[in-house]
Write a protein that binds this ligand. Structure first.
Ligand code: ADP
Ligand code: MG
Ligand code: MG
Length: 892
């Protein structure tokens, strides 16, 4: 297999071998577009180099042959003294990666050939400008010299000569600068800047290879789960020059607006410039549309090429181009990044243009984009006009938040208890800030990136967060925030933060609900004349996803209101109805009586009082989900959660005792609290264990469900209740509960003379349950994988403890790219889900399989559940559209 491909030999599907840049350069070459000739060194060559630590001789030969062919074709040799061929050496992996060496331009220039270039071009200034760029880029990226040294020297040269920008430097000034740059190289590396053009090229190639294993690149790959063994390709591309005067220039363009999806002319152009100048912001660019005036022929040609590319790639493309003395050259293209809204719009536009079909449109969008579109946001129709932006940080967790600035968690909690909305502002957050973060509308930090504590925890809580707003100075002592221009935001002043753009505003910016949510809620219709294009696009793509998906989507909903919303959002039932809230509020007193009961009679009385209340709850719920399955989980949390806090109660009793008026009930309560106190409640008396040791508890719940179902039936409804037992570890537990349940149900069916068709199943949320799923299935009509607890128990992570304490460190070290509570850990937790599903179905082929737990609304996890063959996923009402979309994508 060969190590080097001419641009004319590759194509866009060879990204594994040629990298993204190389594959697309080849594709454009073969489309007949004007690409400067060159060749690509494959990722295989990189792997061979990295494995052996040296450039394979075969690679060296192939490079020599391709270089010779290029020289032949261009009619000049690399670095030839009187007329040098110059090339760029450009890295290009399959995925673009921060931390990798990028590009060195103008390779082949030397003290000698710079004169040749000047003579050939008739432009001495241009030649010296190109040479100083080479030394600068080469010194920085290949020789590892701090780039600051060069840029500072450049700035000094500019101010010494009164030059406003780099184009104002004369040939002599640049000649002088080259000498200074060369001195920097000698000083920093102990040797002179290499004069042999082939040596320059070989060193640059090796530097690209080596950068694959740079620490930043490795970290990035670990976090993004990109395999370490892909390697990078290297492109050698003959130079074209945008810095040859005003009839030259360089630019970037998009085939349509990456923000809105609209077709049109989007991009920036910079005259008399090379390479990165456009994006580096060293001089002001002009809008691409202005190129029409500057160079009509090139502009027209570029427009034609953009159309060709879009029709060919059938997608939005972004482009890098250069014009050399009126001749247009294409330097790069790829399918371009876009905003969430643009992704939906573009996908349906392309369907309408006949470029892609609906299945492809569905693949072109994703659930994370849809979730982004569902956050409330600042009103971009006027609301942001005049908004007072004071800073800009990293968009860490989306949404729009408005509140009074507070600078410590204590104040956040205090103010929010008294009904104020607050934004918690910190330099960075730590585990002590957790309660403050919960109390705040949003979080703003001046330090830290996407994996900082604030970012991770805020995303986990679904809270708006902007982090790393570095130009804002947070002074926690004086409780204020200083902006770059010296303004001060005091505690109590209102701030607005935009977690989708990272912008920070002083004062209140109006928030509007997302039109996409208005649509799902049924308050905006996709068919209406004034429906916006985004809503129409979402509607079409969702309809298609629903048509093709195999997974059903249910909601986690505990009350009729959530159930009704879930139904509007497309839920096909309830996958998890928690019942703990049915024991709270005014009913807490009955629960206390139940726990304190000394006799069967006392206990039965307490249960008897709870029964009609809970039956009423179920009637409402079954009514709002009429005709659809409702899985009710029997009581799960430890009992102490229903009793007073141990410290508060102890203090109260102690005080009362000192006044000698301790109340009998409080004393008994305190005893009970002590008795029920647990070191690790998560692993203590909860779930089915409660049902087995507190006589009558589960039967009361089951009776309430059965009675409610019977009542709904009697009034013509179609209740479909499923009773779910939590935290089962062994089939024996389930057998006992099942026997009791069947008796109760049979009794009520006899009394009311109905068949209720209730089914009874279990959660699979303990490793032992997953490992013995074959046995458990003998006693269960369905399994629902409780992946939250299963993740906790498989990893031995207590979620409440670990997320705030060491997850940031784990993410930074790349031990996982996302929290296993966010995306299912396929290799560990997921493999238990897979094997339990298989074992369960082997015992009972009609076993219904679902998942409840946050993973049910996570895009990547939904694909996994589709793949292992579950029947449904269940998630919170707001995630239902995301789950529907991803279930469709998994099947499309
Ligand atoms: P990146 O991946 O960072 O965009 P590139 O390899 O695309 O790196 O190159 C950086 C800049 O140099 C881009 O603006 C590109 O268009 C320009 N460039 C690269 N090769 C050449 C060349 N042969 N002639 C002119 N400009 C080039
Ligand atoms: Mg580029
Ligand atoms: Mg659980």
């Amino acid at each position: 297999q060969k190590f080097v491909y001419d641009f004319s030999e590759g194509n866009k599907d060879l990204k594994d071998l040629l990298g993204g840049k190389g594959a697309n350069l080849a594709e454009m070459t073969n489309l007949g577009l004007p690409v400067p000739p060159g060749f690509t060194i494959t990722t295989e060559a990189c792997k061979a180099y990295l494995a052996s630590g040296q450039v394979p001789p075969r690679l060296q030969d192939e490079v020599s042959r391709h270089l010779a062919a290029l020289e032949e074709r261009m009619g000049k040799k690399l670095g030839q003294a009187d007329d040098p061929l110059l090339v760029s050496v450009r890295s290009g992996a399959k995925f673009s990666m921060p931390g990798m060496m990028d590009t060195v331009l103008n390779i082949g220039l030397s003290d000698e050939s710079v004169h040749g270039l000047a003579a050939q071009s008739g432009d001495e200034r241009f030649a010296w400008d190109s040479y100083r760029r080479l030394i600068q880029m080469f010194g920085d990226t290949v020789l590892g010299i701090d780039g600051e040294r060069f840029s500072e020297t450049l700035e000094e040269a500019k101010s010494a000569r009164g030059a406003a920008t780099d184009v104002d430097l004369t040939a002599d000034a640049l000649k002088d600068l080259v000498q200074k740059f060369k001195n920097i190289v000698s000083e920093e590396t102990g040797r002179d800047f290499p004069q042999d053009p082939r040596e320059q090229m070989d060193l640059a190639i090796r530097a690209v290879f080596d950068s694959w294993n740079g620490s930043r690149a490795r970290l990035y790959r670990r976090q993004e789960r990109i395999p370490h063994d892909l390697g990078t390709a290297v492109n050698i591309c003959s130079m074209v020059f945008g810095n040859l005067g005003p009839d030259s220039g360089t630019g970037v363009a998009f085939t349509r607006d990456p923000a809105s999806g609209q077709q049109g002319v989007y991009g920036d152009y910079l005259q008399n410039a090379q390479g990165e100048d456009v994006v580096a912001g060293i001089r002001n660019t002009v809008p691409l549309a202005d190129l029409e005036q500057l160079d009509k022929a090139s502009y027209d040609q570029l427009m034609r090429i953009m159309e060709t590319l879009e029709n060919h790639y059938r997608d939005l493309c972004d482009i890098e181009f250069t014009i050399e003395r009126g001749k247009l050259w294409m330097l790069q293209t790829r399918v371009g990044k876009r905003t969430a809204a643009a992704a939906f719009r573009i996908a349906t536009q392309l369907v309408d243009q006949g470029l892609i079909d609906e299945a492809e449109a569905l693949r072109r969008v994703n659930g994370n984009q849809l979730a982004q579109l569902m956050f409330p946001r600042f009103d971009s129709n006027g609301g942001l006009e005049g908004a007072d932006q004071i800073g800009w940080g990293i968009a860490a967790s989306p949404g729009a938040a408005v509140g009074k600035a507070v600078f410590d968690s204590y104040t956040a909690i205090k103010w929010s208890r008294s009904g104020e909305k607050v934004i918690l502002v910190r330099r960075e957050t730590n585990p002590d800030d957790l309660d403050g973060m919960i109390a705040a509308e949003g979080i703003l930090t001046s330090r830290g990136g996407k994996t900082s504590h604030a970012a991770v925890v805020a995303r986990g809580m679904g809270k708006t967060c902007v982090c790393g707003a570095e130009e804002l100075e947070v002074d926690t002592k004086r409780r204020c925030l200083k902006t770059a221009d010296g303004r001060v935001v005091e505690e109590g002043d209102v701030l607005s933060i935009d977690g989708s753009t990272g912008k920070v505003y002083a004062g209140e910016v109006p928030v509007v609900p997302s039109p996409v949510v208005e649509y799902f809620e049924g308050r905006m219709h996709a068919g209406a004349d004034d429906a916006d294009e985004l809503v129409r696009a979402v509607h079409r793509i969702m309809a298609y996803a629903d048509r093709v998906r195999r997974l059903r989507v249910r909601a986690n909903a505990d009350n009729a209101e959530d159930a009704a919303r879930a139904r509007r959002f497309g839920a096909q039932g309830i996958g998890l109805c928690r019942t703990e809230h049915m024991f709270l509020g005014e009913r807490r007193e009955l629960v206390e009586r139940l726990i304190l009961a000394d006799t069967d009679t006392e206990r039965d009385q307490a249960l008897g009082a709870l029964l009609p209340l809970q039956k009423g709850d179920f009637v409402e719920l079954f009514e709002s989900m009429d005709g659809l399955p409702v899985t009710v989980r029997l009581l799960d949390p430890p009992l102490h959660e229903f009793l007073p806090d141990i410290t508060e109660l102890s203090v109260r009793v102690a005080l009362a005792e000192s006044r000698k008026d301790a109340n009998e009930n409080d004393l008994r309560l305190l005893q009970a609290v002590h008795r029920l106190h647990e070191q690790n409640p998560m692993l203590g008396l909860r779930g089915v264990r409660l049902g087995l040791v507190i006589p009558g508890l589960f039967t009361m719940q089951i009776r309430a469900i059965a009675q409610a179902a019977a009542e709904r039936r009697a009034s013509g409804g179609d209740p479909r209740a499923e009773i779910m037992i939590p935290l089962v570890g062994t089939v024996q537990e389930l057998e006992i509960v099942r026997e009791e349940a069947e008796q109760v149900i049979a009794e009520i069916e006899r009394e009311r003379d109905v068949e209720l068709g209730l089914s009874l199943g279990t959660m699979i949320e303990l490793p032992r349950a997953a490992l013995t799923a074959g046995q458990i299935a003998e006693c269960a009509d369905f399994f629902s994988f409780g992946t939250n607890d299963l993740t906790q128990t498989v990893w031995a992570f207590s979620r409440d403890d670990v997320e705030a304490s060491f997850f940031t460190a784990y993410l930074e070290k790349g031990i996982f790219g996302v929290s296993p509570f966010e995306t299912i850990d396929k290799d560990g937790v997921g493999s238990l889900v897979r094997s339990a599903a298989e074992a369960g179905r082997a015992t009972r082929p009609d076993l219904k399989l679902g998942v409840c737990g946050e993973h049910g609304g996570d895009p990547e996890s939904v694909h996994f559940f589709h793949e292992v063959g579950l029947d449904y996923v269940s998630c919170s009402p707001f995630r239902i559209p995301v789950a529907r979309l991803e279930a469709g994508r998994a099947a499309a």
